[in-house]
Write a protein that binds this ligand. Structure first.
Ligand code: PLP
Length: 382
């Protein structure tokens, strides 16, 4: 049997990781500023995380949502506390797309409506509703096409007001990333988020805050939406939540009431997944990782802004986009193959930094030095 060939991959096999470092099969060390796409939040193989998962595995790995799973309640309490949303309700799933799928569906159950507002360059996942609100026709199959989604330009308050005026009380939800990831690290302006909040309030529309990539402390606050001083009705999350163990969730405002069988999943909220998510939150709290993301991220952003060759540096905390001019399109590959530094990318020509939230200043400096060498076109130091 062959693998279904859908991923263009780098010819590197990573076999070991510790903190922000990983090693390939030949023993070469790499600095990981990509975290497997913003997933590694507390660093690879964090000892507390390994211990908590191992202990749980010895007791019970899985049972479904037909029995009491106290770990779920423990996770709900911890997440409510760390995110500052103690009165919200938690529904656990397995991925980001699944979180958004359930958020959109729940919004529709709540107000009985069908239309959704999404924004240009949005990425919300690949399942049917999630991909329908994703602005990339290449990944939308004919079966996913729907008239229920209204795409609006990013940060256009007039267009937003017009859409609400045109569709009166038909709009079920507005879904937006606090910082667009795949869209090239675009920070949603606070005034725009506040406008969405007030229009949603006026029309009983559900505000869905896609925090799959920008959430979980990455921005230097638990949710990047916190910078705007607003509360969303549903927050979706996944990537950093399990530090690599597949888990996603939606955090749901108290006004949205549950009913039996309205949502459901076989694997969501299983014992091992909860243990992984609890370990992540414990480390985040104990080691002040949100503060570290704000500090080290702020430092990186300030230093990067000093490079005159960069078109623009965007982002918050440890979610950083470096937009380069066309002639510097080679930088990402050189960072990886000559300096052994993993970074992410977005089109057109944006390098994405999505490291673990405990990235040290020393590792940030190692990146800045390599970056400066590549930009200067100098010989590689080692
Ligand atoms: C903002 C955002 N939402 C949703 C998703 C989908 O998450 P998953 O790949 O876990 O389904 C992603 C993945 O990149 C994302 O960046």
């Amino acid at each position: 049997m062959k693998l279904f060939d859908v991923y263009p991959i780098n010819n590197i096999e990573i076999v070991k990781g510790q903190g922000s470092l990983v090693w390939d099969a030949q023993g070469t060390e790499y600095l990981d500023l990509y975290g497997g796409h913003a997933v590694i939040s507390i660093g690879h193989t964090h000892p507390h995380y390994v211990r908590r998962l191992e202990n749980q595995l010895h007791k019970l790995g899985f049972y479904s949502n037909s029995i009491e799973i106290p770990l779920q309640q423990e996770l709900a309490e911890k997440l409510g506390h760390v995110s500052g949303k103690e009165d919200y309700q938690l529904f656990l799933v397995n991925s980001g797309a699944e979180a958004n799928e359930n958020a959109l569906k729940l919004a529709s159950f709540y107000n009985g409506r069908k239309k959704v507002i999404a924004f240009s360059k949005a990425f919300h996942g690949r399942t049917s509703l999630a991909v329908a609100v994703t602005d990339n026709p290449k990944i939308v199959a004919p079966i996913n096409e729907t008239d229920n989604v209204i795409f609006l330009p990013w940060n256009d308050e007039a267009a937003l007001e017009q859409a609400f005026a045109d569709h009166k009380d038909e709009i079920s939800s507005v879904i937006i990333e606090g910082i667009q990831g795949v869209g090239g690290i675009q920070v949603a302006p606070e005034s725009f988020l506040r406008k969405i909040r007030s229009l949603c309030d006026e029309h009983n529309t559900v505000f869905i805050a896609d925090s799959v990539q920008c959430g979980y402390g990455r921005s230097g606050k638990f949710y990047s939406f916190d910078y705007a001083g607003i509360n969303a009705d549903i927050y979706s999350m996944a990537k950093g939540m399990g530090n690599g163990f597949p888990i996603g969730a939606i955090s749901i405002a108290p006004k949205i009431k549950p009913a039996y069988f309205m949502l459901g999943t076989t694997f969501g909220g299983n014992h091992l997944a909860c243990a992984a998510a609890l370990a992540v939150l414990e480390v985040m709290e104990h080691d002040n990782l949100i503060q570290n993301a704000a500090e080290v991220g702020g430092y990186l952003i300030d230093e990067l802004k000093k490079f005159t060759q960069i078109k623009e540096v965007r982002g918050r905390g440890l979610m950083i986009g470096i937009e380069l001019p066309e002639e510097l399109a080679h930088v990402k590959k050189e960072l990886l193959f000559k300096h052994h530094i993993f970074t992410g990318e977005a089109k057109p020509n944006v390098i994405r930094l999505l490291p673990a939230l405990n990235l040290t200043k020393t590792h940030a400096d190692r990146f800045l030095e390599a970056f400066s060498t590549v930009l200067a076109g100098e010989a590689v130091p080692h």
